[in-house]
Design a protein around this ligand. Sequence first.
Ligand SMILES: Nc1ncnc2c1ncn2[C@@H]1O[C@H](COP(=O)(O)OP(=O)(O)OP(=O)(O)O)[C@@H](O)[C@H]1O
Ligand SMILES: [Mg+2]
Length: 218
Amino acid sequence: MSKLELKSVSFKYPRGKRMIFQNVSESFESGRLTTVEGESGAGKSTLLTLLSGLALPTKGELLMDGEPIRDLTDYRRNIAATIAQANHLFEGRTVLENVTYPMLLKGTDPQTARQKALAYLADVKLDEELATHYPSECSGGEQKRVAFARAMALDNPVILADEPTANLDKGTSRVIADILESLAHERGRLVIAVTHDDLLPERADVRLYLRGGVLEHE
Ligand SMILES: Nc1ncnc2c1ncn2[C@@H]1O[C@H](COP(=O)(O)OP(=O)(O)OP(=O)(O)O)[C@@H](O)[C@H]1O
Ligand SMILES: [Mg+2]
């Protein structure tokens, strides 16, 4: 069982005027799907930035299994996998190459990486024929699923998703919700998703609401 913790975290952007978070403490556990809701500008994406290890708290700290995270590069590569709202797929690489890339970086041999990538693409219900397409040749929902397959291929225990169902139709949103649920419940990952719609919170084990710089339990 892993546990990711924010301990008395306050945060202000270097060029920002206000504190986005004020003394926030919260813990997240593996095997659970947590959703974070809140109004636009409340700081949801900023929260994921902190949990992804892309920014450091102004005050307080981020702990993994009770230990402060000191090596952010290692944390970003081996612990947290983030699916950004804009997906950030590699445009010059095919769908298959997008998914194999993080595995090759970690030293997986190309044949195994390819097999695993095809299995992950099947998990997110993407047709095998799409594997040779470039991201620009995929629909928005397909691109989102490629981003999920790529994040899953990292095999990291923490999965963070920023508005994973934004701009998707109901059917595709349900596929994404199924993936998030199965990552938490069947694969034991620690899953946190920021969202605006009702679908994900309905399936969540823990529902949080970000309001006035503080995380509240629903
Ligand atoms: N790099 C930055 N420098 C200064 N302020 C920033 C920066 N990035 C975001 N902000 C501000 O921080 C606040 C929180 O932004 P954030 O993107 O986390 O909100 P959000 O809850 O994700 O909103 P949305 O639902 O619209 O995506 C906003 O007021 C925003 O203007
Ligand atoms: Mg946001």
